[in-house]
Design a protein around this ligand. Sequence first.
Ligand code: PLP
Length: 381
Amino acid sequence: MLPFIRSDLVQLTSYTPHPNSTDGKPITSVIDRLDTNECPYDLPSELKQKLAWIYQETIETNRYPDGGHAVLKEAIAEYVNQSANLRQGTIAPKQISVGNGSDELIRSLLIATCLGGEGSVLVANPTFSMYGILAETLKIPVITIERNSEFAIDWVAAQTAIETTNNPPIRVVFVVHPNSPTGNALTAAELDWLRSLPQDILVVIDEAYFEFSQTSVVSELSQKPNWVVLRTFSKAFRLAALRVGYAIASLEITTILEKVRLPYNLPSFSQVAALLALQQRDLLLQFIPLICEERTKLAQALSQYSALKVNNSAANFVYVQINHPVRANQLLADLAQQLRCSGTIVRLLSGGLRITVGSPAENSRTLTRLEAAVKNWDAFS
Ligand SMILES: *Cc1c(COP(=O)(O)O)cnc(C)c1O
């Protein structure tokens, strides 16, 4: 080990999507990447051409990008208000902070709240792993609690954790709405619990899948100075390659986020791409109903297997568990491996598989490959 590196980082596991080898076994040439919840469709080629033209005509690559993201923030605020049926201007451009993916904003929030022994964070597992990973890279303690059988947060345990953690105290609660990997949106009871949290705790509500779920807490932000909503262009807006996310919060919070970020965190190209995506959102988001329909079909088909337990999803993925008293995790790992060998990559988590809803062709291949894998199981025959 390098003597100048913090010893705790040696143990840390990084986020690793798309494992491209399967223990030495070859993968077939068709790879359906259904492990990272992207939209299955690339930007339409007329938009790519438009973007190429904008790049050619308006971006001077020798100049730094707009470090204040002024134009983009204005467009985002307009979209946020419109999509939450708020009066234009309810959320002002200054209440937006833009990040290099929402991952950057998660890190900025951690830096702004907990760094240097100031606080711990609370997460309810299973949930998005980046909260914990980024906290650990900053040596911020992560307190984890469980969810119930419907994957709702055990808020009695959460409340106890908040009351009993004091060295350092819990300063941030992270929730995803709807949750990844399980797909369930926050229930009325969970929302009431979040509303009851004291103002010295920051509540981060990650709405990465908002365009699929159409559920949002944005309309409550004006009453909640301790809430932040995170969104991203990586999922419904099809811009995962360009890394754009945003936070919506009170001016006090976004001012701090602007202070702690890197000055030129977002390349000019990413800024114009996000702007174009917003201008063309009717075109881009028209696939959302199709993806939601495909999700329902996929979930129904998977539910036909008595060995599988499929959770209700409000997002663009489904979470599948295996009903087996002792070997569930082994069977899950086998299933993920067999799917991968036949050309479908899904995300294996401890406890379940998360399968992204792809194009109709991809989803039908998922089902065919899963059928072939499950047929060989003796555990259920
Ligand atoms: C995909 C995802 C994000 C998006 O991250 P980016 O850095 O914007 O690509 C954020 N939160 C959750 C829960 C996600 O699933």
